[in-house]
Ligand binder design. Structure first.
Ligand SMILES: NC(=O)c1ccc[n+]([C@@H]2O[C@H](COP(=O)([O-])OP(=O)(O)OC[C@H]3O[C@@H](n4cnc5c(N)ncnc54)[C@H](O)[C@@H]3O)[C@@H](O)[C@H]2O)c1
Length: 446
């Protein structure tokens, strides 16, 4: 049987980013190993600390470097001593634009019992599909008359029919896959050019999906609806700015920013995806052990799905469901007292439960406070040094070929029996279908 190898670039970044990535990697490694595969990880030291040290957040050819991997797991960037726009533009947006990651997928799933400031979130399960390369984040604009007291700034929102078409096509496909209604977010009543084009192109794309019920909702009304009737939502299609804001609001329904995963992918599923929690670097809690790693872990599950490790993804989601149901394994943001490391240990215990041979091994793998590197090594994860320090190694990874097809169902011959059995059993909690009983059926074609 062919051994399947998943080659990851891991970018911890700043603040809690490295903490949640360190908690995630052993879980992914154990899940992949549970299906007979191997996870090979290269740590990339990109982020604010590198900027302070070298003057650059990431190498100029960062997109080319990560193309040598199957996928990227990313924590977050941002530090108090580095202007916020530098790491976001020089790393996050550079990778999204450079790799043409046109679609940002942000699922919102309310796990049973996880507290939310919103009173009734039971059964909430929808996905925000956000345009990821242009809109208000195109980077076009400028400032003039600085220091005169009459400074002006121009930020140009760019909307192209091509980008709207590709993200809308993805969103309608997703709605069809979920048998769920779609809401297209707009603001064409006030912004008469860019969002009028959105309305037009979305309607054109919708015509190709007569089986998908859809409606247009203005972004302000959408914010209210996400709180008032979140179960009426299946797929939310939004521009870059609107999707960014609404998905943070959505995260609150699922227990907060610490619970929210995301995937940055090409619209056709090809290429290298970037998987990251929705939250930022949370410098206010960095180093305190209070960071909730579950958003990052669920991003890892999306990564596994995207790279053809569906059974491993299901194992990770199952482990998250088990962990959040354990009141002693919740971080403070979701009402618990556990540390990041304790949650990580609980996750690892859950994901390895099925194949646990002996008590002594369980204790050595799952004890709280285990570092990712220790736990990863024991769980079968191979850590490699920074790819830039190991150019030969990175090149070798890119040239080996024969990597598992990205976003493609793996060949049956590549799967172990365990993988095949689990693939048939389907996705876990955060990867399921949209709410079965929408509160409203007002969505209609047109
Ligand atoms: N993709 C990215 O790397 C990204 C995204 C957003 C913000 N940022 C950057 O992060 C920095 C902080 O930004 P912010 O404060 O606006 O947003 P943030 O998401 O970092 O934090 C917002 C609040 O949520 C809490 N929080 C976030 N993640 C959490 C987790 N996993 N567990 C528990 N609590 C969590 C924080 O403690 C904070 O109170 C800034 O420098 C910003 O530019 C980076």
């Amino acid at each position: 049987m062919t051994e399947r190898v998943l080659r990851l670039a891991a970018i911890g970044g700043d603040g809690i980013g490295p903490e949640v990535v360190a908690a995630t990697l052993p879980v992914l490694a154990a899940a992949v190993e549970g299906g007979g595969g191997t996870l090979v990880v290269s740590d990339l030291d990109w982020g604010g600390e590198r900027y302070l040290r070298t003057g650059e957040v990431a190498p100029a050819d960062a997109p080319d470097i990560v193309r040598n991997f199957d996928a990227v797991l990313f924590g977050a960037v941002g530090r108090y001593d580095v202007p916020d726009d530098i790491p976001v533009w020089d790393l996050v947006i550079r990778l999204r634009q450079g790799l043409q990651l046109a679609v940002n997928v942000r699922p919102v799933h309310a796990f049973p019992g996880v507290p939310s400031p919103v009173r009734d979130v039971e059964g909430v399960d929808f996905v925000v599909v956000r345009e990821n390369t242009e809109g208000e984040y195109a980077g076009i604009g400028g400032r003039a008359h600085g220091g005169t007291g009459a400074e002006i700034a121009v930020e140009v929102a760019v909307h192209s029919a091509a980008a709207i078409r590709r993200v809308a096509g993805y969103a309608f496909q997703e709605a069809r896959r979920r048998s769920a209604p779609l809401v297209a977010v707009s603001k064409s009543n006030a912004m008469r050019h860019g969002y009028a084009l959105w309305d037009q192109v979305v309607a054109e794309v919708a015509a190709g999906f007569p089986d998908v019920a859809w409606e247009r909702v203005f972004v302000d009304a959408m914010a209210a609806r996400m709180i008032e009737r979140p179960r009426s939502l299946g797929v939310v299609l939004a521009s870059n700015l609107f999707g960014d804001i609404l998905s943070d609001l959505g995260a609150v329904l699922g227990g907060g920013l610490g619970m929210a995963p995301s995937a940055n992918i090409c619209a056709d599923g090809s290429g290298v995806g970037l998987f990251e929690p929705v939250h930022g670097s949370a410098p206010d809690i960095a180093g305190s052990g209070a960071a909730n790693p579950l958003g990052c872990v669920l991003s890892g599950a999306m990564l596994l799905d995207h790279t053809g490790f569906a059974a491993a993804a299901a194992r990770v989601r199952d482990a998250v469901a088990v962990t959040v149901a354990d009141l002693t394994a919740r971080t403070p943001d979701i009402g618990g007292r556990a540390t990041t490391a304790q949650v990580a240990a609980r996750l690892l215990d859950a994901v390895t439960a099925r194949r646990r041979p002996a008590r002594s091994e369980r204790d050595s793998v799952g004890r709280p406070g285990l570092t990712a590197r220790e736990a990863g090594t024991r769980a079968g994860m191979t850590q490699t040094p920074d790819a830039e320090d190991q150019p030969d190694r990175a090149t070798t990874v890119g040239e080996t070929g024969g990597l598992p097809g990205r976003n493609a169902a793996p060949e049956a011959s590549q799967l172990s029996e365990d993988e095949m059995a689990d693939t048939v059993s389907g996705a876990g909690p955060a990867g399921g279908t949209a709410a079965d009983e929408p509160e409203s059926s007002t969505a209609g074609n047109g």
